[in-house]
Design a protein around this ligand. Structure first.
Ligand code: ADP
Length: 365
């Protein structure tokens, strides 16, 4: 089965664009939705509005040349694969474009169906590998950071409490032993939670999971099922609209929804946490909204909370590992989407999960 993908052709020559369109038609691997831009400015506007798997970029554009456009694309941190199209014999430009982030180049003088498709397929494979590498790197960094920093604290509490228990034994005064022992148990369970979250975090960065069409209603039902006891204990009310399907990985999406629901209940001081799950369509994205009536998040922290181990409150106030939202971010990025939060009219927070409508379906299938 051919997967649906978007490609942006940036070339000021109508004839050349027509040629690439013809060469890409009936590609055996991809069913291309082709968008065209005549200038660099036009292309950048289109890149801001849409999500492309690949970009064919002509070097000699009017105004802003291909290398300038390439550096503007790199700044936008797109995961689009770029193939630079150069005039025959222009090796210097070709070499520079590879240095500046293009995955491949192709001389317009030797443009054939095979050459163009091979360049595009290779460029896509390279970007896919890069993305996986970056995710794995981030997962490793997080793992090391949590080991080096966050596990230190519960370990030092356990050692401290153990020393106090030893003092009690030596002085045969056992009044506080039970309290010290409970604190050891609390720290040990925090370590356990940290390790559990790290496992989930690493799993969310695993680039090998297959994507399939997933009914988001079933994802939410799965998450609600797992949280049944917590929902009952907190007397929470959850309202769910009828949701659309997306391409994705069901276990990861359930994990994502669970983390958001757990936080919505945890960071809420109302007697009855109220959660609304809805969705809207924006450009090429399906946006899922998780709104709560919780304590809210100040605008200046709305980006940082997605970093591993970043927490706004103390453990005593709201216990946690600080990994929940970074797991969510990693899962959403695996789905080529974005996550952010906003305030809402009921005084709490709305987390928005935006997933591209037409991300690639399973390479594994
Ligand atoms: P944890 O929940 O373990 O603290 P997270 O990564 O899930 O870690 O969240 C990071 C921080 O973001 C939380 O400590 C909290 O300050 C804030 N936060 C997350 N979700 C919400 C929410 N729904 N309402 C208010 N604050 C939230």
């Amino acid at each position: 089965m051919r997967s649906a993908q978007k490609i942006l052709i940036i070339d000021d020559s109508e004839d050349d664009r027509e040629l690439y369109r013809r060469l890409l038609k009936d590609d055996e691997r991809y069913d291309w939705a082709i968008i065209e831009a005549e200038t660099g400015e036009d292309a950048l506007n289109k890149l801001d509005l849409d999500d492309f798997a690949c970009i064919l970029l002509d070097y000699s554009l009017p105004g802003r040349d291909g290398l300038r456009v390439l550096s503007d694309i790199a700044e936008r941190e797109h995961y689009a694969a770029v193939v630079m199209l150069t005039a025959q014999g222009n090796e210097a430009v070709a070499a520079q474009s590879l240095k500046d982030g293009a995955q491949d180049y192709l001389s317009k003088g030797v443009m054939t169906t095979d050459a163009l498709r091979r360049a595009v397929h290779n460029a896509l494979a390279q970007v896919d590998m890069l993305r996986r590498l970056k995710e794995q790197q981030l997962a490793q960094q997080t793992f090391a950071k949590v080991l080096a920093h966050d596990l230190k604290e519960p370990i030092s509490v356990i050692r401290g409490m153990n020393n106090l228990i030893l003092d009690c034994v030596r002085s045969r005064d056992f009044d506080e032993v039970e309290e010290f022992s409970l604190r050891i148990e609390r720290s040990a369970s925090r370590m356990f939670q940290l390790i559990q979250s790290l496992k989930e975090y690493n799993r969310s960065a695993d680039g090998n999971v297959p994507f399939r069409p997933i009914d988001m209603n079933e994802v939410v039902l799965g998450a609600l099922d797992d949280l049944e006891i917590l929902l009952r204990d907190r007397n929470a009310k959850v309202k769910v609209d009828v949701l659309p399907a997306i391409n994705g990985c069901a276990p990861q999406l359930i994990q994502l929804v669970q983390n958001l629901l757990t936080n919505a209940m945890k960071f809420c001081t109302a007697d009855q946490p109220m959660i609304q799950i809805s969705w809207r369509e924006r450009q090429n994205f399906r946006e899922f909204l998780f709104s709560d009536n919780g304590i809210g998040i100040q605008p200046e922290y709305r980006k940082s909370i997605f970093k591993p181990s970043y927490r706004l409150q103390s453990q005593d106030q709201y216990p946690g590992t600080g990994l929940g939202l970074s797991i969510c971010k990693s899962i959403v990025e695996r789905h080529r989407g974005q996550i952010w939060c906003e305030d809402n009219e009921i005084g709490g927070t709305t987390f928005v999960v935006a997933i591209p409508r037409d991300i690639e379906i399973a390479k594994a299938s």
